[in-house]
Design a protein around this ligand. Sequence first.
Ligand code: FE2
Length: 218
Amino acid sequence: MKTELAKELNVLISSPVMNKRGEDHKFQLPALPYAENALEPYISARTIQYHYGKHLATYITNMNNLIAGTEYEHLSLEEIVLKAEGGLFNNAAQTYNHVFYFEAFQAHDAQKILPSGKIAELINASFGSFDAFKEAFAKAATTLFGSGWAWLTINKDGKLEIEQTGNADSPLRHGKKPLLTIDVWEHAYYLDTQNARPKYIENFWNIVNWEVVNQRLG
Ligand SMILES: [Fe+2]
């Protein structure tokens, strides 16, 4: 049923970026679409090395171990996120959420820090202005207690929404199509801004790849 909802929401349930597999059919760490140091000074190469190279890699390894020999082994990552529970859900959703997060960055370019195209129109229609959207999104990211994510999503009526999910939870499980996310687990920012989560959120706006967000609208 949740898979049907994903189809209704036009969420690709086997997107290439989410489903990189090796010859052994195991999920693999997808390539970063930029160099490790490309996001500096906003996100350091050291954070990328640990967050992408260690944390995400570990979620993928754990997921591979948990699906081996089970009914989940040949499902897409999206289908696993929609169907799994417990430890498998945690590792699969953390894989999905992280790939989604890392995919939507680009090196800072002053000409590209504002959204354009359809996403810009939708943000203005839903929130009044980009600044009002940024404020609401940053508030969701700042006030999420503990570990989790803040999201810009679109529901099946085409309305944009901002939401928070705790730990590994994902909007996919709640009938929302994710468009943009920020990881607010401490591992996402502690090497760079230590306890200052708001500074990390402020940095985030300098490196969002809005073209990727537009592509996600489909
Ligand atoms: Fe993370």
